[in-house]
Design a protein around this ligand. Structure first.
Ligand SMILES: C[S@@+](CC[C@H](N)C(=O)[O-])C[C@H]1O[C@@H](n2cnc3c(N)ncnc32)[C@H](O)[C@@H]1O
Length: 319
C-alpha cells in the first residue's frame, strides 16, 4: 500500500458530519484518528482555517493519517497517545472551547489486517492486541499469567461469552503443554471447545467474543472511554457537539449512561427528599435513539452493521 493508504472505510460518515454540525473555521477533535477517513471529511468541511486534532494510540495510524492528510498542513495536529489523556492532548495542541469532538471506537481495518498484531482471527499472527505497542502487556502474556477464574471473568464480562468457563479451562489445560501465543492457536482452541453451529453459516466466528474481551482488557478501553467522555464534554464550547460511534453493547451503554447523566439536572439518589448535588445539565441529546447504518451501507461495508451513533450539544455552564 502507498504511504497514507488505508483499508479502513469510515462508518456513518454523512451522519457523523451532520451530527457534528461542522462549521467553517471550527475547531474539532478526532479521538480515534485511525485511517483518517472521518478526519479528512471534517477538515474539508471546516475549511478554510478550521483545525483538527487527531488522536490515536497506534503509531501506525498516526503516520498513515499524517500522510493522507498532508495537504491540510498546519490545520492538522496529531497526538500519539491514549484518549484517556485527552486533557494533555488538548493542552499540547492549545485547543480550548472546542466546537466538536468525536469518537469512533474500537479497532480499524488496518489493525485487523496486520498479522503482527493478532487482532484478526483470520489474519493470524502474534496475540498482541495492544493499540499502543510502546508499553503494557500483550494478550499472550495475559493468557499465560492470569488464573483460570480471572480469564473466565474477563470473557464473561467483556465478551458476554456464554462459554466463558469452558474456554478458560481449555486455555488452562493447553498452556500446561505450551503457551497460547498466536491468534490462530487461540482461535483453533476455541473452535474445539465451542463448535460452530451446523446447518447455516454462523454469523460470527466462535472466538470473536473472546478476542473482543481480551482487546478491551489489554487496552483498558472502558476506563479510557469514561475518562475521555468526561474531559471531552467539559472541553466543548457552549453549543459545541460531542458525537460517539460505538460497535458493541458495553461501550454503547457507557456512552448512553454518560450522556444521560450529563443531560440531567439533579443526579441525587431518588430517596433524597431535596436536591443536595446542585448538578445542572451540561448536555442536550441530539438524538434520543442511536442512529444506525442503512441497509445499503451495511451491504457496502459490513463493519457498519453494529455501529450506533449518539450525539449531544453542550449547554451553558452551570453557575
Ligand atoms: C475504528 S478506528 C477509527 C477509524 C477512523 N475514524 C477512520 O475514519 O479511519 C479506531 C481507532 O481508534 C484507536 N483507539 C482505540 N482506542 C483508543 C484509545 N483509548 N485511545 C486512542 N486511540 C484509540 C485505534 O488504534 C484505531 O486506530
Amino acid at each position: 500500500m502507498a504511504t497514507g493508504a488505508t483499508l479502513h472505510r469510515p462508518v456513518l460518515l454523512a451522519e457523523l458530519l451532520a451530527a457534528l454540525d461542522v462549521r467553517s473555521d471550527g475547531t474539532y477533535v478526532d479521538a480515534n484518528l485511525g485511517g483518517g477517513g472521518h478526519a479528512e471529511a471534517v477538515l474539508e468541511a471546516n475549511a478554510p482555517h478550521g483545525r483538527l486534532l487527531g488522536i490515536d494510540a497506534d503509531g501506525g495510524a498516526i503516520t498513515r493519517s499524517r500522510a493522507r492528510l498532508e495537504r491540510f498542513g498546519s490545520r492538522l495536529s496529531t497526538f500519539h497517545g491514549n484518549s484517556r489523556d485527552l486533557a494533555q492532548a488538548l493542552a499540547d495542541a492549545n485547543f480550548t472551547n472546542i466546537d466538536g469532538v468525536y469518537f469512533d471506537l474500537g479497532l480499524s481495518s488496518d489493525q485487523l489486517a496486520d498479522r503482527a498484531r493478532g487482532f484478526g482471527i483470520r489474519a493470524g499472527g502474534e496475540l498482541d492486541l495492544r493499540f499502543d505497542t510502546r508499553s503494557g502487556e500483550t494478550a499472550a502474556t495475559l493468557l499465560e499469567q492470569a488464573s483460570i477464574a480471572e480469564l473466565e471473568q474477563i470473557f464473561r464480562t467483556y465478551g458476554e461469552e456464554p462459554n466463558a468457563g469452558k474456554i478458560a479451562r481449555a486455555i488452562g489445560a493447553a498452556r500446561e503443554q505450551a503457551p497460547v501465543a498466536t491468534a490462530e492457536e487461540l482461535a483453533r482452541l476455541i473452535e474445539q471447545v465451542v463448535p460452530q453451529r451446523q446447518g447455516r453459516p454462523p454469523r460470527i466466528h466462535p472466538a470473536t467474543r473472546v478476542f473482543q474481551a481480551l482487546r478491551i482488557v489489554i487496552n483498558d478501553e472502558m476506563t479510557a472511554l469514561r475518562i475521555a467522555l468526561t474531559v471531552a464534554i467539559s472541553a466543548l464550547r457552549v453549543g459545541g457537539r460531542i458525537v460517539v460511534l460505538t460497535y458493541h453493547s458495553l461501550e454503547d451503554r457507557i456512552v448512553k449512561q454518560a450522556f444521560a447523566a450529563a443531560a440531567r439536572d439533579c443526579i441525587c439518589p431518588p430517596q433524597l427528599p431535596v436536591c443536595a448535588c446542585n448538578h445542572r445539565a451540561e448536555l442536550r441529546l441530539v438524538n434520543k435513539h442511536p442512529i444506525t447504518a442503512s441497509e445499503q451501507e451495511i451491504a457496502d461495508n459490513p463493519r457498519s452493521r453494529s455501529a450506533k451513533l449518539r450525539a449531544a450539544v453542550r449547554l451553558e455552564h452551570a453557575a
